[in-house]
Design a protein around this ligand. Structure first.
Ligand SMILES: *Cc1c(COP(=O)(O)O)cnc(C)c1O
Length: 418
């Protein structure tokens, strides 16, 4: 288990574009400083490459099952008839079924130490909400969670679990914020989105001074927390005596991707094209393949400062899908820099194809993974088939960001009914 987090910012190929607040009196920046945890603001400003993980957090991480396994998918390799080696970093084995818990434990532990008892956050697919509810139940805090309506509806079992864990869940658009009421009256917006849920959570925090706002992706401290994924992977590959040729992750806000890849940025600088990074996104929210690299707000309410990243524009109509974790209009500025510097190969995939890939993995290895993770898997399968054509024993390492236990509806619709 790593003793330090890796801060990706000092080893970025280009400096990170500053956060911009053009509001009168710097309203948005001030609001962020008021509603966020002090220790998370401090982490965002930390310029060290290596940041010690507090002992209590290391214990929390050990107690939730870290390090997670790195397993070789031999049966999948045989099915594909490929000379490539396929490794899976198994974040799906964490108790809430996704890597989100790495940051939730760290943030809720920090909240407890700062004496904050109430937290508010947003969730897209529900995995972050689940992780926050889990961590709060464990450490005795009380979360309110704004959950994009489409996913909250699709995932009745996860919804029940959040409430059983003691969380207050508001389907977004909700009736408890002004933004929610305004947007909710527009019939085209009833499905909600991550951007809307962020807007509601920020407004809620602004109106409830005893409540701190936390978030599960995009912001630097989350990407720092997620570096445990890549640090462990690097140590696990080294223990096997294996050197990776391609690392693959799916990309929503970018936290699993950056957490998984950042420990390899230095190797990339040394090895150039011999080490490749692939980012797999959803064809319905194609930010890296079709978006523009420019300043935008992360939330629909424009209550957050603007960041520069690849964005579709915050008014982009996101169609309803089963891939809630990738369903957003923009992403982390850190992913923006990495992509802008040409370090990432971005690929966008259709929903029916990613579920077929997920089903192939289930048949080969009996592992059911999240639809978000299926994007990375499909890119990995393409790499393995390409290696077969080229007759190369490529080493492919895929970050399995989460489990598909709460996504069976999607598998039913896209695999069984097809
Ligand atoms: C949240 C989530 C994602 C996308 O989030 P990133 O911040 O891009 O990593 C992907 N997969 C799963 C299972 C998730 O829960």
């Amino acid at each position: 288990m790593p003793t330090h987090w890796l801060n990706p910012i000092p080893s970025l190929p280009e400096p990170l574009p500053p956060v911009v607040d053009d509001s009168e009196d710097q309203y948005r920046m001030k609001l962020q400083r008021r509603i966020r945890l002090q220790s998370m603001l401090a982490l965002d400003a930390d310029t060290n490459s290596l940041i010690p993980i507090p002992e209590a957090v290391r214990e929390d991480l050990a107690n939730i099952g870290r390090p997670t396994p790195l397993t070789r998918a031999r049966a999948l390799e045989r099915r594909l008839g490929t000379p490539a080696q396929i490794y899976l970093k198994r974040e799906d084995t964490l108790p809430t079924g996704a890597f989100k818990l790495n940051s939730a434990m760290a943030q809720v532990r920090a909240a407890k130490e700062e004496g904050a008892e109430r937290l508010v956050t947003e969730t897209g697919a529900g995995q972050w909400g689940h992780a926050v509810a889990f961590a709060c139940a464990r450490l005795g805090l009380h979360p309110t969670i704004f959950w994009a309506a489409i996913s909250a509806r699709q995932k009745a079992s996860r919804h029940a679990l959040l409430e059983l864990l003691g969380a207050r869940v508001e389907s977004s658009p909700s009736s408890v914020t002004e933004l929610g009421r305004r947007v909710g009256s527009d019939p085209t917006m009833v499905n909600g989105s991550l951007g809307l849920a962020i807007g509601e959570a920020v407004e809620y925090a602004a109106g409830h001074p005893e409540t701190r706002y936390i978030s599960g992706s995009n912001v630097p401290h989350v990407l720092i927390h997620q570096s445990v994924i890549g640090l462990e992977t690097k140590a696990q590959l080294a223990a096997l005596g294996v050197s990776p040729d391609v690392l693959i992750a799916c990309v929503g806000g970018g936290s699993n991707l950056v957490g998984f890849m950042a420990p390899f940025f230095d190797d990339k600088a040394a090895r150039g094209d011999d080490l490749r990074f692939v980012a797999a996104e959803a064809a319905t929210s194609p930010r890296l393949t079709k978006g523009r690299y420019e300043y935008d707000y992360s939330d629909l309410g424009c209550n957050t400062p603007m960041v520069k990243s690849y964005t579709l524009g915050r008014d982009y109509e996101l169609p309803p899908t089963h891939v809630g974790g990738l369903r957003q209009h923009s992403g982390s500025p850190i992913v923006g820099v990495v992509h802008h510097a040409d370090l990432l190969e971005a690929r966008a995939y259709e929903e029916k194809d990613i579920f077929a890939a997920g089903h192939a993995l289930l048949m080969a290895e009996q592992i059911l993974i999240a639809p978000e993770s299926c994007h990375a898997l499909l890119a990995g399968i393409e790499e393995a088939l390409e290696a077969k054509r080229a007759g190369e024993a490529r080493v492919i390492v895929i970050c399995v960001s989460g489990s598909g236990t709460h996504d069976l509806e999607g598998y039913v619709e896209k695999v069984i009914k097809q």
